[in-house]
Every structure is written in C-alpha cells, then in structure tokens.
Design a protein around this ligand. Structure first.
Ligand code: HEC
Ligand SMILES: [Cu+2]
Length: 337
C-alpha cells in the first residue's frame, strides 16, 4: 500500500547513523521492540480514554441511582483505571523490558571475557582507552571509538568532570557517566559499520557539540588496528618549526604518540587535558563533531574554535600568529597512523 506523503516524511527520520529505529545490535533490537510495544500500548490506552471521553458526551436518560450506587460505580472506575490498569501495564512492560536491560549488564559470559574498552566523558569530548595487558600502556583515542563487531563489548564508563551519558543509538543504551564512579554497559555491533554516538545528558553549554564517531571492525581488523597502535610509535623529528611550536604551545594538553619529550613545554595550564591527537589527520571531524575534517580544517579550528564551539576548554590561540597555526595544522593533518 503506498504510504501517504506526510507519513513518508516521518519515516525518513527513522534511518541514519543515529536512529534507534535502525538497530544494529542485539541490545538495540530489543530496545526497538520495547519501544514499539510501549507505543502500541500507549496508543491503545489513549484510544480507550478518548472513546470513554466521547461516551460521556452521549445524552441519555440518567437512571435514578442512590448515592451509594453512584459511589460504587465511581470506585470501580477509580480502582480499575487508576490502580488495576497501570499495574497491569507496568508489569507487562517490565516483563518485556527487563531482559533488555539485563542484556546490557556485564554478566559473565560462557565464552570468556568480553572485550573491555574504557570511555571517559569530558566537557566536551570523549576519551577512549583500550587497556593494555599488565604494564603495557593503554592505547588512547579521542572522539573516535574503535570496537570489534560480532561480539559483546563492555564499555566501562566514567567522567572527568560533570555527568555525561554514553549513547550509541543504533547499538543500544544509554548509560550515565558519573565522576568518581565506574559503570559498565555491554553493547554489540552485529556487523562492522560506522555509527554515530552522542552525549545524552545535558553537560553544559556545548553538550550538543559532544559527538562520537564509532567504528565497528571485523575482529581481525580490530586486532590489527590495536596492534598497530600498541607498537612503539615512529619518533617524530624535532627539527620542523611546526613540531617545535606544537611542543611550546600545545603539547602540555595534547598527546601525539612519538612526540619528542624534550620539546614539551608544560608551562601551559596543567589541570586541563585535551584530546589525544595521534590520529587526528584520519578523524572525520574536529571538536567532537562540530567541524568536518578536510584540508586546512585544523588551522581553521585553531583560529576559530571559540566561535565554532563557544566556551570549549581549549584557550584561544590569539597570541600565536596565523602562519604558525597554519604550520601546526598542516603538520597535524599528516598524523594518521
Ligand atoms: C590548556 C589546554 C590546551 C592547549 C594549550 C591546547 N589545547 Fe587543543 N584542545 C584542548 C581541549 C580541552 C580540546 C577539546 C575541545 C572540545 O572539543 O570541547 C582541544 C581540542 C583540540 C583539537 C580538536 C581535537 C579533536 O579531537 O577534534 C585540536 C586539533 C587541538 N585542540 C589542537 C591544539 C593545538 C594545535 C594547540 C596548540 C596551538 C592546542 N590544541 C592547545 C585543550 C588544549
Ligand atoms: Cu556530555
């Protein structure tokens, strides 16, 4: 049956990389069905209430009732509509929804441990840590989450400042990230793919500028990626002007793997950390989704980041001349391990 045009328009909002209507993993599919069940149920309840409301308009002979009878009828409606109906609906939804929530708990698995990835919320960007074995250092990415597909992944969540919320709509969720606490959500991407994610708890002025790019890779590709990032980085030469300038102005807040330690001038604000920039050249966006990455984008971001994302925690770079910023930008764009 051809759908009427306005309905088609509505459906167009149902696809896309951030849509819960387009589930891409088991938790999200369960939630999708809970969503439909709730919608169906609430529509039925709304229709019944509406029908009753219309019914009250009907003119008819009022039978003579004693006040006692009136009271009994009233009581029946109040108990039926106010107690029985909500209890039945909530229990039914609970039975339907509880297994969904359970599926996202980090319960023991028969096939061993799930992959563990740590995610830290910052105002207003994401830090992702892939813990190393024993004294191996963690691999770190920012605003880009790489995960294996086809298996459950336990995301261990926390926050560095205020409460954020971790939400990959197409995989399921969401879960609060609370400073000083860790909580875990188990999600799975059934197939490799790219998904959008967004902070889902108002966390300050740039809450909407806190997007996360999620890449689910085939297990082998994931292992290869991780191994590549774990291997000791190519040391970065210390001759280039851009490298020296980065050491002077930026390296106190930003890590780039292989950056010469001796060039890091950590006189700049020590209590702020910035995103890891090791792979910045291969990221799809800058500033957690506010600016698409393309040639010259980093220099543009460096000059205008306080206009593009007002209030973000990176200080303005007015004291650095444009040419130096362009130099640094061009150099950073080559950072794509
Ligand atoms: C005081 C700490 C600090 C200094 C110094 C600093 N930054 Fe930042 N930088 C940040 C923070 C915090 C963010 C995250 C802003 C946001 O998106 O909310 C950021 C974001 C960025 C981003 C975008 C990263 C991403 O993941 O999209 C780039 C690129 C960047 N900075 C480069 C630089 C360069 C180059 C310099 C030196 C000229 C510099 N920063 C100096 C703290 C700093
Ligand atoms: Cu947030």
């Amino acid at each position: 049956m051809p759908l009427p045009l306005p309905l088609l328009g509505l459906l167009a909002g149902c696809a896309g990389e951030m849509s819960i209507m387009d589930p891409a993993g088991p938790a999200a599919s369960h939630q999708f069905w809970v969503w439909w069940a709730m919608l169906f149920f609430s529509v039925v309840v709304a229709l019944v209430v509406f029908a009753l409301w219309l019914y009250t308009f009907r003119r008819r002979e009022q039978p003579q009732r004693t006040p006692r009878e009136e009271q009994r009828i009233m009581l029946r409606w109040v108990l039926g509509g106010g107690v029985l109906l909500p209890v039945v609906s909530i229990v039914a939804l609970l039975v339907f929804a509880a297994p969904t929530g359970r599926g996202m708990l980090p319960l023991p698995l028969p096939e061993g441990e799930a992959e563990r990835i740590e995610v830290v919320g910052h105002q207003w960007w994401w830090e992702i840590r892939y813990p190393g074995e024993e004294d191996e250092p963690d691999v770190v990415t920012a605003n880009r989450l790489v995960m294996p597909a086809g298996e459950p992944v336990d995301f261990r969540l926390t926050s560095a400042d205020v409460i954020h919320s971790f939400w990959i709509p197409r995989l399921g969720g969401k879960r609060d990230m609370v400073p000083g606490r860790h909580s875990t959500i188990r999600l799975e991407a059934s197939e490799p793919g790219v998904f959008g994610a967004q902070c889902a708890e108002f966390c300050g002025a740039q809450h909407t500028g806190m997007l996360l790019h999620v890449e689910a890779l085939e297990r082998d590709d994931y292992d290869a990626w991780l191994a590549e990032r774990r291997s000791p980085p190519e040391p970065i030469g210390d001759e280039a002007d851009a490298v020296r300038a980065f050491g002077e102005h930026c390296a106190a807040c930003h890590t780039v793997a292989g950056f010469p330690e001796a060039l890091v001038d950590d006189g700049v604000a020590h209590d702020i950390v910035g995103p890891d920039l090791t792979d910045i050249g291969s990221r799809p966006t800058l500033g957690a989704g506010v600016l698409p990455m393309e040639e010259g984008a980093i220099a543009y971001w460096l000059q205008h980041h306080q206009t593009l994302k007002p209030g973000n925690r990176m200080p303005p770079h007015n004291h650095i001349d444009t040419e130096t910023l362009q130099d640094i930008g061009a150099w950073l764009e080559t950072m794509e391990p």
